[in-house]
Write a protein that binds this ligand. Structure first.
Ligand SMILES: [Zn+2]
Length: 288
């Protein structure tokens, strides 16, 4: 047995990607927030390319993405409250239903879906073959997000989703960070983090004095955007606003010591934020 173990370790070192291979099978990860259970539903894991970065200097890349790539992922989240089954975003729809089934949740048992923004990797799982995937779910969508995607007929996927769920749609105005706020639902408060898209929104979960900030697409390249929040990505509709929002959110969660979860953070996609050097931050993932 000992020999087998040692030889496996040897193979892992030889391959260098044994850990990555081992993690590919893991799609869910659970974390308790008071009486809420927050569960990662990983859609895919992989590497992002430096070509999506705006404002990354050769020195930054040399230090944090020496191969020209960085860890990346696409995630949705499931929240089990004492009386509701909720989703925060719906991913691409690649493994969403399969991941939910592994938790013994059928699509028709999802009661509420909160949407951070309407990019395809966040709403792709809402429809399958043009049909509603979650027939019982009430959909909560930020008003400025709705306004943007309805403003031009070229946004076909977004308008198809809106039409399919039109009788279940609840539009809301997100709060501003550091101002008086009103919860969207008990234990869930929406905060504007505009820039990545015009209505991009984060959700603060609070239960029994525990908190978690599910920040959507505040980052796409943790390796670069934690030490250098001023680095933007080509997916940002307004990169300058996205940078300002990222800095504001990082300052807020650091100051209040609130753990975060993100849609493009590698497994387990949750962890804590602390101050790094020269205006940057450090992310410490939860233990896998
Ligand atoms: Zn995204």
């Amino acid at each position: 047995m000992r020999t087998i173990l040692i030889s496996m370790v040897g193979v892992c070192f030889a391959l260098m990607n044994c850990m990555v291979l081992a993690q590919e099978g893991l799609s869910t990860y659970s974390h308790q927030v008071g009486s809420f259970e927050l569960i990662l539903l990983a859609e895919s894991q992989g590497q992002g390319n430096k070509g999506i970065l705006i404002g990354a200097t050769p020195e930054m890349l040399q230090e944090y993405a020496p191969n020209g790539t960085f860890s990346n992922a696409m995630n949705a989240f499931f929240v089990k409250t004492p009386d509701k089954n909720m989703l925060i975003d719906a991913g691409l729809g690649r493994k969403l239903v399969e991941n939910l089934q592994s938790l013994n949740v059928a699509p028709e048992q999802v009661d509420i879906i909160l949407i951070t923004h309407m990019h395809g990797d966040h709403i792709g799982g809402l429809l399958r073959d043009g049909k509603v995937m979650f027939p019982q779910a009430e959909i909560y969508l930020p008003q400025p997000e709705y306004d943007y995607w309805m403003s031009d007929e070229k946004f076909k996927q977004q308008q198809e989703v809106i039409a399919a769920y039109k009788n279940k749609l609840h539009l809301f105005k997100p709060n501003e960070l550091n101002k008086q706020s009103t919860p969207l639902l008990p234990g869930f408060t929406a905060y504007a983090a505009y820039g990545h898209t015009p209505g991009h929104t984060a959700f603060l979960l609070e239960s029994d004095n525990e908190k978690m900030f599910v920040w959507g697409d505040v980052t796409h390249a943790m390796a670069l955007q934690m030490p250098y929040p001023q680095v933007a990505v080509t997916y940002d509709v307004n990169p300058d606003d996205a940078i300002a929002a990222r800095k504001q959110v990082l300052e807020y969660v650091n100051k209040h010591n609130i753990p975060i979860a993100g849609m493009h953070i590698a497994f387990p996609a949750m962890g804590t934020i602390s101050k790094g050097k020269a205006g940057g931050y450090l992310f410490t993932p939860f233990t896998k």
